[in-house]
Design a protein around this ligand. Structure first.
Ligand SMILES: [Fe+2]
Ligand SMILES: [Fe+2]
Length: 286
C-alpha cells in the first residue's frame, strides 16, 4: 500500500442517447484534475443499445485517460433485434471490448466483476438482475485468486438486493451471492441501475457486506441530481463520497446578471448530501 490513498471514481447509468452532457463534461474535468487510479462504470451505458449510442459511449469512455472497467447493464444489449440479442449480445461493445468486465488491480485494491444481466430470463421483466451460478463461480474464483492481502470491490450492474430506492433491482440469487461475498470479506459491491446513490451495510448470514450505488449521469433522474461516487481506500478505511452536479460551483452554473428579485443562492460551501440510504421522497421525473 502506498502512502497516497487509492482513488477510484465510480460512475453509472450514463445512458448515452439521454446522457446529461453538462454532467459528463463536469466528470471529465474532475477525472483530468484528480487523476483517479481508475474509473469503474457499472452499466447502462446506452438507452436502447442503438449503434449510435454505443458509438457515443465508446468515444467518451475510451477518451478517459485512466484505467477503466465497465459492467454491462440491462440497457446495453440489443433491444430491437432479438436475433442479435440471443446470438451475439455483446457485438456492439467491440470498440471497447477490452474494458468489459475487466478485472483491475490498483494499489492494495482489486476490482472484480460479477455479471447480473442475462440475454433472457424465465420471467416477464428482463430488466431486473439475475446472478447465474456460472457468473458467481467466475467471480468467486477471481476473488480467491487475488494476491494475499489484496482487498476487493466487486462491480455489478444491479444491486444484489433492494436498497430502498425508487428503482428496483429484484435480483434473483442476489442474497446467495452476497453471502458468498461476505465469506470472502470483500470491501464492497459497486452497483448502478437504481439511479440514486447509496452506501449501506447489508447483513447476511455470513456477515455484513457493504453495498455502494452510484447515481446516474443521464436525464433519467429519480430522487437525486446527476452524480458519481468518489471512493478512496487508505488501506484501512474505504470512504465513499457522492458528488452531486448541482453542488459544484462551476462557471457554467454561475450567472452574470442577478435579477433584482432573485432569491439568495445556495452557498457552494454547503456539504454534499450525506451518503446513506436515499429516502424515496419524490416521484420519478422520467
Ligand atoms: Fe439505468
Ligand atoms: Fe439498469
Amino acid at each position: 500500500m502506498t502512502s497516497e490513498p487509492t482513488r477510484l471514481f465510480h460512475l453509472s447509468d450514463i445512458h448515452f442517447g439521454l446522457e446529461d452532457r453538462e454532467a459528463l463534461a463536469w466528470v471529465k474535468r474532475e477525472i483530468a484534475a484528480k487523476r483517479p487510479h481508475a474509473v469503474a462504470i457499472t452499466g447502462d451505458h446506452t438507452m436502447r443499445a442503438r449503434h449510435r449510442e454505443w458509438d457515443a459511449a465508446t468515444a467518451w469512455i475510451t477518451g478517459l485517460d485512466v484505467p477503466v472497467t465497465i459492467s454491462i447493464g440491462n440497457h446495453d444489449m440489443p433491444y430491437f433485434n432479438p436475433v442479435e440479442r440471443f446470438l451475439t449480445p455483446y457485438k456492439r461493445f467491440e470498440g471497447m471490448k477490452a474494458l468489459v468486465e475487466r478485472e483491475l488491480h490498483l494499489p492494495g485494491l482489486a476490482i472484480v466483476p460479477l455479471k447480473t444481466v442475462r440475454r433472457w430470463q424465465p420471467r416477464i421483466n428482463w430488466s431486473k438482475g439475475w446472478v447465474t451460478d456460472e457468473a458467481l463461480e467466475r467471480c468467486l474464483a477471481a476473488l480467491d485468486a487475488l494476491p494475499k492481502g489484496t482487498r476487493a470491490l466487486v462491480a455489478v450492474h444491479h444491486p444484489l438486493r433492494e436498497v430502498g430506492t425508487h428503482g428496483t433491482a429484484l435480483t434473483r440469487h442476489g442474497e446467495q451471492a452476497l453471502a458468498e461475498l461476505a465469506k470472502r470479506d470483500v470491501l464492497g459491491v459497486l452497483s448502478g441501475h437504481v439511479h440514486d446513490p447509496f452506501d449501506i451495510a447489508e447483513p447476511t448470514p455470513e456477515g455484513e457486506v457493504r453495498m455502494i450505488g452510484a447515481g446516474t449521469l443521464s436525464h433519467r433522474l429519480r430522487s437525486t441530481p446527476p452524480s458519481f461516487n468518489e471512493i478512496t481506500w487508505d488501506g484501512t478505511v474505504l470512504t465513499v463520497r457522492a458528488r452531486n452536479l448541482e453542488r459544484v460551483p462551476t462557471r457554467e452554473m454561475q450567472i452574470e446578471d442577478v435579477p433584482p428579485n432573485a432569491l439568495p443562492p445556495r452557498t457552494p460551501e454547503e456539504p454534499v448530501a450525506p451518503v446513506g440510504r436515499v429516502p424515496p421522497v419524490d416521484p420519478p421525473v422520467h
